[in-house]
Design a protein around this ligand. Sequence first.
Ligand code: SF4
Ligand code: SF4
Length: 166
Amino acid sequence: MFEKTGVATREMVMEKFPSVERINRGPVAVVECWQKIPCNPCQTACPAGAIRIGEDINEIPRRDEERCTGCGVCVAKCPGLSIMIVDGSKSADTVEFRIPYEFLPLPAAGETVVGLDRAGQPVCRALVRRVMNPPAFDRTPVVTLEVDRKYLYDFRNFRREAEAHG
Ligand code: SF4
Ligand code: SF4
């Protein structure tokens, strides 16, 4: 299915996710890199040595959920926009996501947006908590959103409310 649609299956997604216990302890990276490509900025950027590709740069990166501090440095560094941070430590009902977002205009903190799944379909509402776009991110802004916990494995992106009708 993935080969035909380019959309990861639930099983593929689950394999990349940290354990729920780890997510509930605090922020941690989800690295959804699926294909063997010569790329390694995630490994190079990680200050904790939590992402390993190994000697062959074509290998798929593996994230160590115990080493990962959830610092988020890798999110803006990935040219494939393949990395996000999940944090389930703040609420029993919601999860915070930090995702790369390269569309303009950027949303504002406090804005409610439409949460999208990996196929780009609307699945939920999401509340924008923070928007970061410092020069060090090199034009890959990172948006923090609060999402109902039941969409933990579904939410992957968002669009602004106005765009839903446009
Ligand atoms: S969030 Fe920070 S510690 Fe975790 S993999 Fe990314 S760069 Fe490394
Ligand atoms: S930087 Fe992104 S695309 Fe490149 S290997 Fe790492 S996760 Fe994959």
